[in-house]
Design a protein. Structure first.
Length: 104
């Protein structure tokens, strides 16, 4: 059951559905990356940033600029590994649920 609280929606458990979606997408990409047999130079960067995204999501209220920075680092690290493209897209969609960072 979803209900509105201010402008945010929360699940019956009190979790923000955007956070749930982010955690799910990050988990999916982490599993895909772990199962990918090939090596690439920045694999450790991608793994570290996925861990950071997971920690932010578990914290409950991630900072949008930090989410976007992590997403860019992950995308840059993974590069053009087509086997990971769908899972990376899901992370991007989940980050986009939080909206744009405030303009300076």
């Amino acid at each position: 059951m979803l209900k509105s609280v201010g402008q945010e929606r929360v699940t019956g458990s009190g979790e923000d559905p955007r956070v749930v979606e982010l955690r799910t997408a990050v988990s999916r990409l982490r599993r895909a990356l772990a199962g990918y047999p090939g090596q690439f130079p920045d694999r450790a960067v991608a793994e570290d940033e996925l861990a950071a995204l997971d920690a932010m999501a578990r914290g409950g209220a991630p900072e949008i600029p930090r989410l976007r920075r992590s997403l860019l680092l992950i995308a840059g690290a993974i590069g053009s590994v087509s086997a990971l493209a769908a899972a990376l897209r899901d992370v991007r969609v989940a980050v986009d649920l939080f909206g744009e960072p405030p303009q300076r």
